[in-house]
Design a protein around this ligand. Sequence first.
Ligand SMILES: Cc1cc2nc3c(=O)[nH]c(=O)nc-3n(C[C@H](O)[C@H](O)[C@H](O)COP(=O)(O)O)c2cc1C
Length: 328
Amino acid sequence: MSMHPYILVLYYSLHGNTREMARHIARGVESVAGVEARLRTVPKVSTVCEAVEEDVPADGDLYCSADDLRNCAGLALGSPTRFGNMAAPMKYFWDGTAALWLGGHLVDKPASVFTSTSTQHGGQESTLLTMMLPLLHHGMVLAGIPYTEAALHQTQTGGTPYGSSHTAGEKKRPPFESGGNPPVFCPGATPGTTGPAPEDRIMSQTSPLALARTLTFVAYGLLLASFCVWQLVRPGGPRYFAWTVQLVPLLIFLPGLRRDNPRAHIGLCFVLLLYFIKAVEGVFSPMRAWIDYVLLSLTVFLFIVSMLTSRWLQRSPKPAESAYADPQ
Ligand SMILES: Cc1cc2nc3c(=O)[nH]c(=O)nc-3n(C[C@H](O)[C@H](O)[C@H](O)COP(=O)(O)O)c2cc1C
């Protein structure tokens, strides 16, 4: 298992709405460099005393273990609303965490809560607030969603300053369908700690980093594809040596780009300067072809977005610097 700090996204869901929210939140967590999301659920409870759940569920996410909770860097906790409160399986799960509470294993760790209801005024806030209570007993530091988060102003299906929420309705409306992007929990700074800037505390999935990263991959892919198309359609047929020389200097950065290594982005930008010089030369030559214009535009665009990605990656929390690295 990876050694990166992880945010435990712990949820209960009977019909899938809260699970959908959990998946959105996990994706948001994973958009932060150096942090992973661990999705876990809890077993149902039964009115039949003898009924015992299997240790491993037949499908879906694994059940949360004490170690999952003990070693997390932060927690996003989700439950459907049941009469204005969290669902019994989730409450039951927390009732079994006395050992962790005695050991103070969750003290000072950041946490956020989220819920799904069937009606808009069916108790989202009360559920979120009551879900916070066991977390406060455990000494966790709760992060809400401030109104500086744009999505909170746009959402039509939920959204509270106490945590993410969603009104599924009877038709099981998918989370965030019309409500913009979900405010996403991020293990950033908490007041009084030496974490990153407060604006990094809650990141939406359209954070500048996520956008720049996506655009980098799109432009990078287009650049590679343009070289391939050009070699395949150029008069005289493909020149394989030139094709290799065009692709290899770009492809060597692919593993680093996929790992979100800022140095890979910087290296790519450096190499792009050579492609840029070649493109400028091509555009001003009498033999110019469409590939020269494509190359020029893509190299300039890719240079900018990759440079921005590198800059924002370096500013995002790293495992060693995280105020919430595993204390053990
Ligand atoms: C026993 C029970 C109680 C519920 N209480 C509420 C409620 O108080 N307010 C509300 O809006 N929805 C209530 N619901 C509806 C669920 O909260 C809603 O369908 C939720 O989206 C289900 O989430 P899930 O798909 O993750 O299980 C209740 C559902 C059940 C089964």
